[in-house]
Design a protein around this ligand. Structure first.
Ligand code: ZN
Length: 388
């Protein structure tokens, strides 16, 4: 059949054949074009899709197919492509949908009353939508969720990038630091031109550029017992990217109090740790950070990155493990790192896992008593932050 010219028919003739002779009218325009209205009775199959696999739509190569597009050009090309694939009874509608409408022939909405399809959403998250464990339901769940990110430094950078890309709807980033040149070796949210700017501002600019759908709340404050409840408000998961122990303990206690899971990460030189502390929702069953380390170490026993050094890529690995746990928690898939402490040794390139059990003598309740009842404003928070 190669070389046979595709017959062109008028819109009126096409309508007659559809109504009287059982011909199939196919609108080959893109979905967003068809939303404005299509010839009544037409089936919408975008040209690419039709040409790629016509057999999945039309088994019978003798079926009477009438292709229509906007003005007749694309439907002709599509009809020729179908001919080459062995379809023997294909015609195209001259003048397309424009002429069809101009002649006053009946038009229809593809799905009357349906809201227009969100193309940005479908394209951006198409690889998630393909996964049965996520799909439309999971992606909508991500879009409806809010994550608190404490710190826009070494751990917060990779975690925030991937959470933004993955479609977490709202990210509240808390950091009172400004970008320094020594941060750029690992804090990939920030670039050279950001030096001197507030980290939350450079983070917001970079993340919005990656995913404009996302809502970013940039909070240039240090987390303290005074503002922690406001920072926790409406949050589904907390990411610990803190670089000092007082904030880490404050976060732990607040997460227990509010029943929000805490995705913990820490780095030191060539080693990192990750865990999920979910004691607030599983009291007595899941450990909290204080079950592991009941009290903060003295400052001299716990040097931070600015004192001890850190391999630049290490917070990248740990921060992405944290982002993985956040997505699992939000999606309710997989087995969270709850009651398990994952150690990563970059020099040996080894992961190992330690079981964590809740400590019946955990001091968290005493800590909460101090934090929320006794003397909330005297809870000591405020070690200098060196920028993880
Ligand atoms: Zn505990």
């Amino acid at each position: 059949m190669v070389g046979t010219a595709v017959p062109e028919i008028t819109p009126r003739e096409a309508l007659r054949r559809v109504e009287g002779a059982g011909a199939i009218l196919v609108d080959v325009r893109e979905e967003h074009e068809r939303e404005a209205g299509m010839a009544a009775g037409a089936r919408g199959i975008a040209r690419d899709e039709l040409e790629r696999d016509p057999g999945s739509h039309f088994h019978d190569r003798d079926a009477a197919l009438l292709l229509i597009c906007q003005s007749g050009g694309r439907s002709m090309l599509a009809a020729e492509a179908l001919q080459r694939q062995g379809y023997r009874n294909v015609a195209t509608v001259r003048g397309g949908t424009l002429l069809w409408a101009a002649e006053g022939l009946p038009m229809a909405r593809p799905d009357p009353g349906a809201p227009p399809r969100d193309e940005d959403f479908h394209q951006r998250y198409s690889r998630h939508l393909l996964l049965p464990e996520i799909g439309m339901r999971g992606q909508k769940r991500l879009e409806a969720s809010r994550v608190l990110m404490l710190g826009a430094g070494g751990l917060g950078s990779p975690a925030a990038f991937y959470l933004a890309a993955a479609g977490v709807g709202s990210l509240r980033i808390v950091d009172d630091d400004v970008v320094e040149r020594s941060n750029l070796q690992r804090q990939i949210l920030h670039v050279d031109a950001d030096i001197g700017l507030r980290k939350v501002d450079s983070a917001e600019a970079r993340l919005s550029a990656l995913n404009p759908r996302m809502e970013i709340e940039a909070v240039a404050e240090r987390a303290t017992s005074d503002n922690i409840d406001r920072l926790m408000d409406g949050v589904d998961v907390v990411v610990d990217g803190a670089d000092n122990f007082p904030v880490r303990y404050l976060l732990n206690d607040a997460c227990v109090h509010h029943g929000v899971p805490l995705v913990y990460g820490a780095v030191h030189r060539f080693e990192g740790q990750v865990s999920v502390f979910d004691a607030g929702r599983h009291r007595g069953q899941a450990p909290c950070y204080r079950c592991l380390f009941p009290e903060p170490p003295p400052p001299e026993a716990a040097p931070n990155c600015s004192e001890a050094g850190v391999l630049g890529v290490l917070p990248g690995v740990v921060g992405m493990l944290q982002a993985t746990e956040v997505l699992k928690l939000l999606l309710h898939v997989g087995e969270p790192l709850r009651g398990r402490l994952l150690h990563f040794d970059a020099l040996g390139m080894r992961f190992r896992e330690t079981r964590l059990t809740p400590d019946p003598a955990c001091p968290v309740d005493r800590a909460l008593f101090f934090l929320y009842l006794l003397c909330p404003r005297q809870f000591a928070v405020g070690q200098p932050s060196g920028g993880q």
